[in-house]
Design a protein around this ligand. Structure first.
Ligand SMILES: Cc1ncc(C[n+]2csc(CCOP(=O)(O)OP(=O)(O)O)c2C)c(N)n1
Ligand SMILES: CC(=O)[C@@H](O)[C@H](O)COP(=O)(O)O
Ligand SMILES: [Mg+2]
Length: 665
């Protein structure tokens, strides 16, 4: 095994103590180039201290960044960013890059509204390129950038850092296929720490480990070098011959080097924590003037014991402040939506042997790990491969099972075609559970889960549920798993699950959460906005308006009962944790138009825009999705309605007799 040197477990020095440090003198990459080997080792320790000190206050991706300290320093010493371009796959491991490109001061507001992004950001720095936090994209970007430089005759290097986890994503292989034929100068640094969250799965991971673990190849070459070295006349040429057949040896005693067979040179494996070794490998790679992989072996969480010893995910991404000594979150644990899902899934799986789980390298964050602990043979981790997950699930369903694919809402975007044609067109019983649906926050715009209710709303036969609390999540998960003639989606937000909010009565499948004898407003509160809806009704009652708040539970297709309810009110208002365009409000308005129900409708949701990082509560406040804001909006609409069509104080027992006039929107 290529030894990764023993980490230097430095005491967590306090850079805040103002101790004169090498780090404080690093204003940009050029400052790295004058440091000696010893200074670089000390700087690496200071950077680790800085990362732990800062991220322990803000939360963030600690484990991945502790693992790329030396790698990043070496990159900035060998190449000249921003003339040479650095592309970080997923981007969660770009903190060190930010530290050495003039952004140390921003780490006190890391991932906070108005503060430093947790990912590369072109508005922050000319050194940054790829802002998308979705994995497995960097090599495709790199292929494009390298082609552009070649076509423009620009002699600039392109360096893409891709993790072993990201390499399990299909786009990487589409890119490699093109990179190999394009033959442009392109350095691909495979940051191989053998982990996504959990240990990386799949044949590729096995191949990487065989490259990492190829003692036979190394021994044979060393032996040859030694023995032939003693016979200078014969030895040297013979060694050269042997070295020339190195590939043969490699194939014989070491695994098939698939990268080289692809036409991409391979350098490594190299100890990713040995700056000199990485620099040497990068210089060699740079000199190839073609596509080349530098296989760096690193450790996630390297140099910080609580991260190194965290079996779950090496402190991949603590969501908030944590104790520096233990690495444990400081916030009191709460019941998350994820926990409720996981518990109910296991209960269902105990009853139904046909229920299986699929995760895309996120078993713990999505709760599928609970099912894996109880029924390990019924959970499949497909790597960071959501498209494959969807179609493999279709196969599982064709084989008589009912798969539950648990992913974050934003990551299912890339599997739209698979959901549409591989699952829905075949009317297959696959349930997609979308965690982190709606406004997420700290991970910035590409992590928002705001598109699913619009995007998947056009899939024929797909049914979508948005639970409002734990009780409805449990019920709707069971209902979803009872559907056997098409796909279902169950979506819920990040964070702590809302308190149970029982219905006062039902109108068909629709839950009525609160109502008033006056039928002024029908407020359709989608999913976790149930409590918001009830609070809005309370505020509006104080203004003299009667509000009926309903939770459709199943939002796709739109329940017909919503149209009937709409006809009995003066105004319909919808509130959803998703983009307005093509959302549930739009769908309800369309159903009302189709039924010629001409009650005005106003839809509230997430504007179609790139929303910044911040907390979920802050962002919802910024876009007016709070009870106070919604109540204010509705009061305004109602007062304008009063001016045009004065309210008739309808008794709740009186049937709606008024012919609703005017367009439904
Ligand atoms: C398409 C997609 N799916 C899932 C994720 C969630 N995710 C973020 S980082 C990560 C693991 C990445 O592993 P690797 O590429 O090896 O990087 P490391 O954290 O080990 O440095 C995952 C699954 C994502 N960002 N994008
Ligand atoms: C980089 C990435 O995609 C994940 O690590 C993500 O940051 C996790 O988000 P949560 O913190 O909501 O689990
Ligand atoms: Mg990894």
């Amino acid at each position: 095994m290529r030894q990764v040197r023993t980490p230097i477990h430095l005491p967590v020095m306090s850079v805040e103590e103002g101790r004169a440090s090498l780090l404080s003198a690093i204003r940009g990459p050029q400052d790295l180039k004058r440091l000696s080997g010893e200074e670089l080792v000390l700087l690496s320790a200071e950077i680790r201290d800085f990362l732990v000190a800062k991220v322990s206050r803000t939360g963030g991706h600690l484990g991945p960044n502790l693992g790329v300290v030396e790698l990043t320093l070496a990159m900035h010493r060998v190449f000249d960013s921003p003339r040479d371009r650095f592309l970080f796959d997923t981007g969660h491991q770009s903190y060190v890059h930010k530290i050495v490109t003039g952004r140390q001061a921003g780490f006190d507001q890391l991932r906070q509204r108005g503060g430093l992004s947790g990912y590369p950001s072109r508005t922050e720095s000319e050194h940054d390129m790829v802002e998308n936090s979705h994995a497995s994209t960097a090599l495709s970007y790199a292929d494009g950038v390298a082609k552009a430089f070649a076509l423009r005759g620009e002699d600039r290097s392109v360096v893409a850092v891709v993790g072993d986890g990201a390499l399990t994503g299909g786009m990487c292989w589409e890119a490699l296929n093109n990179i190999a034929t394009a033959r442009n100068p392109l350095v691909i640094v495979v940051n191989d720490n053998q982990r996504s969250y959990a240990p990386t799965i799949g044949g590729l991971a096995d191949h990487l480990s065989s490259l990492r673990l190829n003692p036979g190849y190394e021994k044979v070459l060393d032996l040859v070098k030694e023995s032939l070295g003693s016979t200078p006349l014969v030895g040297k040429p013979l060694y050269e011959v042997l070295h020339a057949v190195k590939k043969g040896i490699k194939d014989a005693v070491a695994p098939q080097a698939m990268f080289e067979d692809l036409g991409i040179k391979y350098v490594g494996p190299v100890d990713g924590h040995d700056i000199a070794a990485v620099e040497s490998a990068l210089r060699r790679a740079k000199g190839f003037r073609g596509p080349v992989i530098v296989h760096a072996v690193t450790r996630k969480g390297y140099g910080y014991r609580p991260a190194e010893e965290d079996d779950a995910d090496n402190l991949h991404g603590p969501s908030s402040a944590f104790d520096v000594e233990t690495g444990k979150l400081l916030a009191a644990p709460s019941v998350k939506w994820t926990h409720v899902f996981a518990e109910e899934l296991v209960a269902i799986a105990d009853e139904r042997p046909d229920v299986v789980g699929i995760t895309a390298a996120m078993a713990e964050p999505t709760g599928i790990s609970a099912l894996a602990r109880k029924h390990p043979e019924r959970v499949y981790d497909v790597g960071i491969a959501e498209q494959h997950a969807a179609t493999s699930a279709a196969g599982l369903a064709m084989g008589g099972l009912h798969p539950v694919v648990a992913v974050y809402a934003t990551f299912l975007n890339r599997a739209f075609d698979q959901v549409l044609l591989d699952v829905a067109m075949h009317k297959l019983p696959v349930t997609f559970v979308l965690d982190r649906a709606g406004v997420t926050g700290p991970d910035g715009p590409s992590h928002y889960g705001i598109w699913d209710m619009s995007v998947f709303g056009v899939v024929p036969g797909l049914r979508m549920a948005a639970p409002r609390d734990a009780a409805t999540l449990r019920a709707e998960l069971r209902e979803a798993l009872a559907v056997d003639d098409g796909p279902t989606i169950l979506r819920f937000p990040t964070g702590s699950v809302a308190a149970d909010l029982p219905a006062v009565r039902k109108v068909g499948p629709v839950d009525v959460l609160t109502e008033h004898r006056q039928k002024d407003v029908l407020l359709v509160a989608v999913g976790a906005f149930g409590h918001l809806g009830v609070e809005v009704a309370t505020r509006l009652a104080e203004q003299g308006y009667g509000v009926t708040v309903v939770d459709p539970r199943w939002v796709r297709p739109v329940p017909a009962e919503l149209v009937t309810l709409a006809a009995a009110h003066r105004l319909v208002v919808t509130v959803e944790d998703g983009v307005r365009t093509g959302g549930i409000g739009d769908a309800i308005a369309k159903s009302m138009r189709d039924a010629d129900v001409r009650v005005p409708l106003r839809d509230l949701g997430v504007p179609v825009a790139w929303h910044p990082h911040g907390t979920r509560a802050q962002i919802l406040g910024d876009i007016g999705l709070t009870a106070q804001d919604v109540a204010r909006e509705v009061t305004g609409w109602m007062s304008r309605l009063d001016d045009t069509a004065p309210a008739e104080r309808l008794d709740a027992t009186e049937p709606a007799t008024r012919d609703n006039v005017g367009p439904s929107r």
